[in-house]
Write a protein that binds this ligand. Structure first.
Ligand SMILES: Cc1cc2nc3c(=O)[nH]c(=O)nc-3n(C[C@H](O)[C@H](O)[C@H](O)COP(=O)(O)OP(=O)(O)OC[C@H]3O[C@@H](n4cnc5c(N)ncnc54)[C@H](O)[C@@H]3O)c2cc1C
Length: 277
């Protein structure tokens, strides 16, 4: 979107192709994460900019080599993003396994006991989303306080305890390395407040219908769980780059399609690609 805006502002004729029925990519996955909803306003801001510019937007259209050849552009910007990684674990195909991306998109559900595999940004933020499910909403809290319906101790318990039991399993010794230091602290303290269990230095080695098999310094172990959520990182979706290489005078691969990072990198690279064309 940023590349399209910048190129259109420089009077290029721009077509933006998106295979889904809405613009926004992964950033929209922040919608359900507590404290992250404002990321979505960055997407809305770009959509508003596009509306004021002469950019043709094709939604629900997958760009492939044939379509791009037919359009015969002078320049192509590839911003096809990333896909979540599915680790090669026994049991990964089970019905009790869901991708964090699907959960955050509202396309998947989990049971009461949940193990999240992966303690970087997506894993911790997915755990945060799960942990706050069933806690008191500000509206209900307000109602109960105003009507003195519950003692303050019960209200505090209801604020701090959701209806899921969540464990995060991370094989490294540090958590949230891809979260900025100030947000990392907030996410970790919120997870602690909500009673999330975190097991570092712990490797997931297999999934059964009963839970997750693990290996740690204490040896093999097992965490009983109804659902296993996969948050094991993402990999660039850049097939189009190799398909289109050498076919057009200018080809720019930007954002997560170049290397999975964050939204600010993607927007900055979009701006510079739009300037270079
Ligand atoms: C849960 C989660 C939370 C995150 N939180 C943050 C955060 O707080 N801060 C931050 O900076 N970053 C965050 N990130 C990372 C950030 O969202 C990504 O780095 C950023 O969205 C990458 O932007 P992009 O445009 O390169 O790719 P994407 O956002 O992946 O967008 C790629 C788009 O291309 C479309 N597409 C793919 N192939 C085709 C094709 N062939 N034809 C047409 N369309 C196609 C896809 O449908 C998608 O809409 C988060 C990521 C996740 C998963």
């Amino acid at each position: 979107m940023k590349a399209a805006c910048t190129a259109a502002e420089r009077d290029h004729g721009v077509t933006l192709i998106e295979k889904r029925d809405r613009l926004g990519g992964q950033v929209l996955l922040n919608r359900l994460i507590p404290g992250r909803q404002e990321m979505v306003t960055a997407v809305q801001d770009l959509i508003n900019n596009l509306k004021n510019l002469d950019v043709e937007i094709l939604l629900g259209q997958e760009a492939d080599i044939q379509l791009v050849k037919e359009m015969a552009p002078d320049a192509v910007v590839i911003a096809t993003g990333a896909k979540p990684v599915m680790p090669d674990l026994p049991g990964i195909e089970g019905d009790n396994v869901v991708q964090a991306w699907d959960l955050l998109e509202g396309k998947a559900r989990v049971g009461k006991k949940v193990v999240v595999i992966g303690g970087n940004a997506v894993g911790l933020e997915t755990a945060l989303y799960l942990c706050q499910l069933g806690t008191l909403s500000p509206e209900v809290f307000h109602f109960l306080v105003v009507h003195r319906a519950e003692p303050i101790e019960s209200l505090l318990e209801l604020l701090n305890k959701g209806d899921k039991e969540v464990t995060v399993v991370e094989m490294a010794s540090k958590l949230g390395q891809d979260i900025g230091p100030s947000s990392r602290w907030t996410v970790r303290s919120e997870l602690k407040r909500l009673g999330c269990t975190i097991q570092k230095n712990t490797r997931a080695i297999g999934i059964t219908s009963e839970g997750l098999e693990i290996e740690s310094a204490d040896g093999p172990g097992f965490i009983p769980a109804d659902s296993i959520v996969i948050a094991a990182g993402s990999t660039s979706d850049n097939k189009l780059t190799s398909d289109l290489e050498g076919l057009f005078p200018e080809l720019h691969t930007i954002g997560d399609a170049k290397a999975p990072r964050n939204a600010l990198d993607a927007i900055r690279e979009g701006f510079f690609a739009g300037l270079e064309i």
